[in-house]
Ligand binder design. Sequence first.
Ligand SMILES: NC(=O)c1ccc[n+]([C@@H]2O[C@H](COP(=O)([O-])OP(=O)(O)OC[C@H]3O[C@@H](n4cnc5c(N)ncnc54)[C@H](O)[C@@H]3O)[C@@H](O)[C@H]2O)c1
Length: 238
Amino acid sequence: MTATRPEPTTSAAEAVGLREVVEIRRTMPPASVERLPGYLRVLTDLAARGVTSASSQQLAELAGVGPAQLRKDLSHLGSHGRRGVGYDVDTLRERVQSALGLVVELRVAIVGAGNLGHALANYSGFGARGFTVAALLDSNLALVGTEVAGVVVEDVARLADVVRDLDVSIVVIATPGEHAQEVCDVVVAAGVREILNFAPRALQVPDDVELRSVDLGSELQILAFHSRERSGREAAGL
Ligand SMILES: NC(=O)c1ccc[n+]([C@@H]2O[C@H](COP(=O)([O-])OP(=O)(O)OC[C@H]3O[C@@H](n4cnc5c(N)ncnc54)[C@H](O)[C@@H]3O)[C@@H](O)[C@H]2O)c1
């Protein structure tokens, strides 16, 4: 494993302060939290283009939300745009990053180095959003020792060591569904509290573990439902 630990960045933490971050997390409505990654993406793009300030109208348009919604969400961070000037892009970006806990780069391990594991490990966009794929693990010994995107695949039997040694805080499960719960149990036992599951299984985790599941198939089915509904309405002349 060649990955080195990232240097902690303190500027964002200083900008908001740990106690304030805890308070923001406690009081911010979950729906507002869900929109923060979108705001962060917009602010990161603007900063990369050298834009230093932006109005709520501009930010809202880029993020695909209403300006009133955006102002309300950002007010939970204690950020209020200045009339005629708007928001300072760098300061707001630091606040959003800080509220999301991205003051240090978070280290992710992917369990399952198959098609999906490869695709995720090769995705170059994580770095810009505060994540490093630090480890890739698999039970297939033919894959162990091979390299994907500069990361050497480890035996999943070493998961607890890898989590500890590489300071992994988020694990992505990309194994077949029938193995996902056993993998999940090992991940939880290794002390990981944030899990992103791609396997088509409803996983059971303790209350203090945050589990999110991604299911592109369900998303497509929902789009298919809307497509059918629209065709039906059009056919009926409604
Ligand atoms: N959520 C989505 O939108 C979405 C999209 C694509 C795939 N998937 C799911 O992601 C999973 C992976 O898909 P894929 O195409 O990469 O499959 P794949 O068969 O190419 O890869 C699965 C990998 O998991 C490994 N594995 C099996 N059991 C394991 C265990 N106990 N511990 C560690 N590794 C183990 C296998 O050796 C293999 O390398 C599947 O469950 C699939 O249904 C979900």
